[in-house]
Design a protein around this ligand. Structure first.
Ligand code: CA
Length: 243
């Protein structure tokens, strides 16, 4: 899989590149935001997926990493994983709102990072069957239920579109997966481990905070803070709203 590593620290980049190459990734290194955009542009202009995944350090010398993420997202659907030392929930929500697919906080464990890369690219391949950025391209095509309706919220499973009172809401892949999972059984409590296993395809413990961030982001984007209820110490459940 082709991977774009955006990292201004050459030592960090060299060490990470070596690990990624050992795991079969074809790594392109960009040292700043401008180089990153130049690496993405040619393929994006040709309508192709430039990379299987972008690993984006937020602390860059020339541009704010959030801006770079927003620009990449306008050019291509290639998944973006933000890498940063900014661990607070607010900055993570900001990144996810800009279209980042996931968020890793430094210092991270390499195994964790690899798991995230694989999870994100697997989701990407399933969501874009004609995406040439690695993967088998077989999407399985399970369109069994056209749409789930929960009061004002409509969730179209086949097209992965969500609308509230007819107005489409832009969700990231993980936000959609999380909402679709909870919406399959309104009122039923999903355990945190169960959600993490199904949405992130990992049992990695640190994903817990990411789950909270995604729940917070969903509540905000749908403008329905009560839709997803926190069941303390257990997990979450979707509270079906009145039609
Ligand atoms: Ca940096």
């Amino acid at each position: 899989m082709r991977l774009l590593l955006v990292e201004d620290d050459d030592h960090v980049a060299a060490a990470l590149s070596a690990i990624l190459k050992k795991h079969g990734f074809d790594v392109t290194h960009a040292r700043n935001g401008e180089e990153a955009l130049q690496a993405v542009l040619p393929a994006a202009n040709a309508g192709r997926a430039p990379f299987g995944v972008v690993l984006l350090d937020l602390g860059l010398p020339d541009q704010d990493g959030y801006q770079v993420c927003g620009k990449i997202r306008k050019l291509t659907t290639t998944p973006v994983i933000m890498v940063t030392a900014r661990a607070d929930v607010r900055s993570r929500i900001h990144g996810l709102n800009l279209g980042a697919d996931d968020y890793v906080t430094k210092p991270y464990d390499t195994g964790e990072l690899l798991a995230r890369i694989h999870a994100v690219s697997r989701r990407s391949a399933a969501a874009d069957p004609d995406d040439s950025g690695g993967g088998t391209g077989g999407s399985g095509g399970t369109d069994e239920a056209a749409a789930l309706r929960l009061g004002p919220v409509t969730i179209e499973l086949s097209t992965r579109r969500v609308s509230v009172e007819g107005a489409e809401v832009q969700l990231t892949r993980k936000e959609f997966d999380l909402l679709a999972l909870l919406a399959q059984r309104p009122g039923v409590v999903f355990r945190r481990e169960q959600i993490i296993s199904e949405v992130w395809r990992t049992s990695w413990e640190g994903t817990g905070r990411t789950l909270e961030v995604h729940v917070a982001s969903l509540r905000a984007k749908l403008r329905m803070p009560a839709l997803i209820e926190t069941v303390r110490g257990v997990g979450y459940r979707l509270v079906a709203p009145a039609a």
